[in-house]
Design a protein around this ligand. Structure first.
Ligand SMILES: Cc1cc2nc3c(=O)[nH]c(=O)nc-3n(C[C@H](O)[C@H](O)[C@H](O)COP(=O)(O)OP(=O)(O)OC[C@H]3O[C@@H](n4cnc5c(N)ncnc54)[C@H](O)[C@@H]3O)c2cc1C
Length: 359
């Protein structure tokens, strides 16, 4: 009988399982769907830096759909272009990636039961809630609630894009908390998507993006992403060790909703610390808490800006050649890496009140 029960065979569940096995635990994974990675509710856009860290589990090269070397950010109607000479990210098939991670967990010795939804029928005294944004494990064990979620709509469809390696990002205050994206898969196909922080209306955001891009698309898929970290993600309760990891713990970037990499990094800690849930909770916050906080601050700042301030920001970024700075210090995942002493000369110009003498 397994001594660790992982609920959910998403990336966080499989990576926790692999690391728990390395720490001499026996692991059972329960997954409610008949296979891992389906339905796919993810754009599959990951930094190459992040994917390097995951190389010990899977070789992402097998699942690459497209390579990305730039972003066009539309701050209302002002375009700010970020370009790199080489690819810095790639679009992967999330379904295949999740499947490969689950296979790896099985090969390492985990038993996976597919088609089994866990309500309160836990199978061991050490429980890992890797069960996503609507975590059943979190509700069962009375963890603090996550209060901030982004609702998303997205669809992969025929779409012609001039620069096949460039992702488009849209920001506008017309729909509060709105961001939109077009992620190219090839010259003919792209994923179009929008997100808004609840309780704003995601359908309005979808219609807005279709209108400005003059495209028609029906039946997008809907999903939600937690965009704040859970106040607590590990506890000992009634003789059980319970850990939440990945989306269940809100380990996502509030700027973009991306959660694959941080979920995976926290899952490594979870697997090692199965028997020490409080230690796990301290360690992931110590290592990545500042990154989550910075993502949250950046997103809150953007959400507060009206269209004219967004456009003004775009103009300033262009004028200061902020692209040049990002080329040297940019990092898709870890905003702390962007903060070098040289950034002060940009912040003075773009953050209101930063340079008190200017006012
Ligand atoms: C539209 C959209 C686009 C995104 N794009 C990106 C992106 O480009 N890059 C990125 O890094 N991140 C992206 N994300 C976020 C990313 O998908 C998540 O952060 C990531 O999937 C979290 O992994 P996880 O293993 O924690 O949870 P999940 O991937 O949600 O896996 C949870 C698993 O648990 C299973 N499960 C749930 N409840 C139960 C239960 N009670 N019993 C048994 N099984 C259960 C589910 O079936 C699922 O397989 C996106 C999210 C959305 C919604």
């Amino acid at each position: 009988m397994a001594n660790v029960h992982v609920v959910g065979a998403g990336p966080a569940g499989s990576i926790t399982a692999i690391n728990a096995i390395k720490s001499n635990h026996s692991v059972l994974i329960s997954e409610e769907h008949p296979t891992a990675g389906i339905p796919q509710n993810c754009s599959g856009l990951f930094s190459l830096e992040g994917l390097k860290i995951l190389k010990k589990y899977v070789d992402h090269n097998k699942f690459v759909i497209n390579r990305i070397n730039g972003t066009d950010i539309y701050l209302n109607d002002v375009l700010f272009k970020i370009r790199r000479k080489e690819a810095v990210a790639c679009v992967c098939s999330r379904a295949k990636l999740d499947n490969a991670l689950a296979d790896k967990a099985e090969k390492e010795g985990a038993k996976i039961v597919y088609g089994e939804r866990i309500k309160d029928n836990f199978k061991a005294n050490n429980i890992i809630g890797a069960d996503g944004a609507n975590s059943t494990v979190a509700s069962n064990f009375d963890f603090p609630r996550i209060n901030r979620f982004v609702a998303t709509l997205q669809k992969t469809m025929d779409y012609r894009k001039e620069e096949n390696g460039v992702v488009d990002v849209f920001l506008s205050s017309k729909i509060p908390g709105f961001f939109g994206w077009i992620i190219p898969h090839n010259e003919e196909k792209a994923e179009i998507g929008v997100g808004v922080e609840l309780p704003n209306n995601v359908r309005d955001a979808w219609n807005y993006l279709l209108k400005i891009k003059k495209i028609e698309a029906e039946n997008p898929s809907a999903s939600i992403i937690p965009v704040e970290t859970r106040k607590r993600a590990g506890k000992e309760i009634c003789g059980k060790n319970v850990i939440l990891v990945g989306d269940a713990a809100g380990q996502t970037k509030a700027t973009t909703g991306g959660g694959f990499l941080f979920g995976a990094l926290c899952a490594e800690i979870a697997g090692r610390d199965v028997l020490r849930p409080k230690w796990y909770d301290l360690e992931w916050r110590a290592r990545f808490g500042h990154e989550f906080m910075l993502h949250r601050k950046i997103r809150d700042h953007l959400n507060c800006m009206n269209d004219s301030r967004l456009a003004e920001l775009g103009e300033k970024l262009n004028k200061m050649n902020f692209n040049g700075y990002l080329e040297k210090h940019g990092d898709m995942d870890k905003p702390s890496k962007i903060i070098k002493p040289e950034i002060l000369k940009y912040l003075i110009n773009i953050v209101p009140g930063f340079n008190a003498r200017q006012q």
